[in-house]
Design a protein around this ligand. Sequence first.
Ligand code: SF4
Length: 63
Amino acid sequence: MGCSLEKNKKQCKCTYEPCSRKGKCCECLSYHLARKELPGCCFSKEAEKTYDRSFEKFIEINS
Ligand code: SF4
């Protein structure tokens, strides 16, 4: 099974445009998990725009 890069890019909700990992969900997840963060798509539209991808922010908006 190949990577659905173009399909992923179209569906990506992350607004951080310069990111080279856009559409590469496996790289995106690895990058953020290594920093105790989650990808932008795990956050609400408003929270995503803050670029705070921390576990703490995720818990805060889901509590
Ligand atoms: S969530 Fe992070 S790694 Fe993923 S596309 Fe957005 S800025 Fe890039």
